[in-house]
Design a protein around this ligand. Structure first.
Ligand SMILES: [Zn+2]
Length: 111
């Protein structure tokens, strides 16, 4: 098992997750994300806020963010492809725990 840590831009909200291995990266022209099992993710400091909205695909998206710096920490989607997982922006990962050696395994286009 590998523990990966991260935080929002101001550092008030911090998290960690454990995976074996850190195995999925979702990226596109605008973002790179890590998909991790929800039950292995924990907020270790701070209290993120959240809001939900309907995605054009019909899925409900819940966005968790820092109320101080507005940095998005993770998203939950209720669609079948993401059930039981969290989507974490890769730029929130702590520098020393970034999965530099991870290889993309999933390509996805969401309209
Ligand atoms: Zn913050």
């Amino acid at each position: 098992m590998t523990t990966t840590t991260g935080s929002c831009s101001c550092g008030n909200v911090q998290y960690e997750f454990t995976t074996d291995p850190l195995n999925k990266i979702v990226s596109g022209s605008a973002t790179a994300n890590v998909v991790v099992p929800k039950d292995r993710f924990h907020i270790t400091s701070g209290y993120p806020k959240q809001y939900s909205r309907a995605h054009v695909s019909g899925a409900k998206v819940t966005v968790h963010f820092c109320s101080d710096c507005s940095c998005v920490l993770h998203k939950e989607l209720d669609g079948d492809a993401y059930r039981g997982t969290l989507v974490i922006p890769a730029d929130t990962l702590t520098a020393w725990s970034r999965p530099f050696n991870a290889q993309p395994r999933l390509g996805m286009w969401v309209n």
